[in-house]
Design a protein around this ligand. Structure first.
Ligand code: SF4
Length: 174
């Protein structure tokens, strides 16, 4: 066997190892995140008895694929002085999420996801990570910055409640 003929075998082996490792990590964390989802849901229900979100999220996913083509993940600003740490974080995101790094802006890493198909459909829709399932989040204060053309939007709570009341009044008059 020549060194040239060994190279493709080595590459195939490397890919197989990464694929297996990624599958194990993703399945384990999927189960873990599903359990934490339940805890988060209970917590939000309980907190919701005493507090309301500042904005109400409306709309739906229009499948523009933008949020999967430009995913921003922040890391602690102090890490900027440690490029090796950032390099390992990028490696972790590649293994954990199958994200490909496309940019770095100060302490913001920008990725695109390898699971996004040409039709803007997610190849792992049913098993996508919490990061994707929760996006765009509904924070208690403020709102998340959305991509241009995103089907979701945030409405101030007072406006949303007024619209609901108006709708109910209209229905009761019919
Ligand atoms: S896993 Fe699916 S939803 Fe999440 S970024 Fe990738 S393509 Fe988008």
């Amino acid at each position: 066997m020549t060194p040239q003929s060994i190279l493709p075998i080595k590459e195939a082996l490397r890919k197989a190892v990464i694929f297996t490792l990624r599958t194990i990590i993703q399945c384990t964390l999927y189960l873990y995140e599903k359990c934490t989802d339940l805890v988060t849901a209970i917590d939000r229900r309980f907190t919701g008895l005493f507090a309301k979100t500042e904005y109400v999220r409306t709309g739906k996913c229009e499948m523009t694929g933008q949020c999967c083509k430009a995913i921003g993940i922040e890391f602690p600003a102090s890490w900027q002085k440690h490029p090796t740490l950032v390099k390992w974080l990028i490696r972790w995101h590649k293994l954990r999420y199958n994200f490909e790094q496309i940019g770095l802006n100060q302490n913001l890493l920008v990725y695109q996801c390898n699971y996004l198909g040409a039709d803007n459909k997610c190849a792992i829709q049913r098993f996508k990570p919490k990061l994707c399932r929760d996006f765009p989040e509904q924070p208690w204060r403020g709102k998340i910055r959305l991509h241009k053309g995103c089907g979701y939007k945030y409405i101030p709570r007072a406006t949303a409640e007024f619209k609901i009341k108006l709708h109910q009044r209209k229905n009761s008059l019919l």
